[in-house]
Write a protein that binds this ligand. Structure first.
Ligand SMILES: [Mg+2]
Length: 333
């Protein structure tokens, strides 16, 4: 007679009881059962303490060989999987825009469509923002995507830290001096919170995030080129917080169509992918930190073209300030 195998999977702070297995089942069957409970796909599961002679067992290894005690707790890593998001958002691998100029007219048409403005109004009214920190007076606003912008969410790794874009904390620390920072990701709030914790962003002592926005703050629009897509309309933030406007807001994302409702305020960054290969070379965030610093004195961001951010030349500082400082602090003779 087959013996039942009851195990508990510990993942992401929660425990999942798996009691549908017998000792003749394979590790793969176990992984499928875990998939059912947690939505983490088998190929993404790292079962940390499941060992056969000190090594992770193969998928076809029978559970009987592992000699698991009843109620054995399996520790799983795999919190980076995003099946939930995949099911509810369009694929990110849509065709790249070949010539930015091509879509300019389309963008304008979309930006002003009443039906989309009405959707934004609804988000302003119904979307509940959970404030994490208070906005500071006189700061501009930086809105950041997560996946492929701050974090390579498709590679596998032992720790989230390995998938973090290089210089993330330096970047956020520098930006925080001039900008209030918002994170906006096309996933669920649960994942955003999880990732920010994983990366040490939510607890960092040198900067603070004022709030997170998730996929339910986005709206769907129809474009002739892509069909129906989800976008991140900054109007949702501008409608809720009157101090932020198109004059002082900049948004980073690796997908241009996320800006379709506010193309002038978006900066398309290079995506950070294949973290293991690119971790030592990627300096995008350092360069972007400098750009943010350089434009921080600009009174109206509408006068900037973020498509050419790498060519931006900071205006020479006028020496009025020096003169004034000089006179006010001048020492008597
Ligand atoms: Mg992204």
């Amino acid at each position: 007679m087959e013996n039942a195998v009851d195990v508990i999977v510990k993942w992401s702070g929660k425990e999942y009881k798996i009691s549908s297995l017998s000792e003749n089942d394979s590790v793969y069957t176990l992984k499928n059962a875990i998939h059912k409970e947690t939505c983490v796909r088998p190929e993404r599961q790292k079962l940390l303490n499941l060992k056969l002679k000190g090594k992770p067992p193969d998928d076809d290894c029978p559970l009987s060989a592992l000699k698991l005690k009843q109620g054995f707790k399996i520790m799983m890593m795999g919190s980076l999987e995003e099946d939930i998001a995949d099911a509810s958002t369009p694929p990110e691998d849509m065709p790249e825009v070949i010539n930015d100029l091509d879509i300019e007219e389309e963008e304008v048409a979309i930006e002003s469509k009443d039906v989309y403005l009405a959707k934004i109004e609804r988000r302003i009214r119904d979307y509940k923002v959970n404030m994490l920190n208070e906005p500071r007076e006189g700061k501009k606003l930086l809105v950041l995507d997560i996946d492929y912008t701050l974090f390579d969410h498709r590679s596998t790794a032992e720790t989230g830290y390995e998938l973090m874009r290089p210089f993330l904390h330096e970047f956020l620390t520098s930006a925080y001096q001039d900008y209030d920072i918002v994170i906006w990701s096309a996933t669920s709030m649960k994942w955003i919170e999880e990732k920010m914790k994983l990366l040490g962003v939510s607890t960092h002592s040198c900067y603070k995030i004022i709030f997170y926005l998730d996929s339910s703050a986005m709206i769907s629009i129809h474009t002739p080129k892509y069909g129906v897509v989800q976008v991140k309309p900054l109007g949702v933030i501008w409608g809720k917080f009157e101090q932020y406007t198109s004059r002082n807001t900049i948004m980073f994302d690796d997908i241009r169509r996320n800006f379709l409702m506010n193309p002038g305020n978006g900066l398309k960054i290079r995506p950070f992918k294949q973290a293991h290969l690119n971790r030592d070379k990627d300096r995008e965030l350092l360069r972007l930190a400098k750009y943010l610093k350089d434009i921080a004195h600009e009174e109206d961001f509408n006068s900037l073209d973020h498509r050419h951010w790498e060519r931006y030349k900071p205006k020479k500082k006028s020496n009025k300030q020096d003169v004034k400082d000089g006179s006010s602090t001048s020492q008597g003779s």
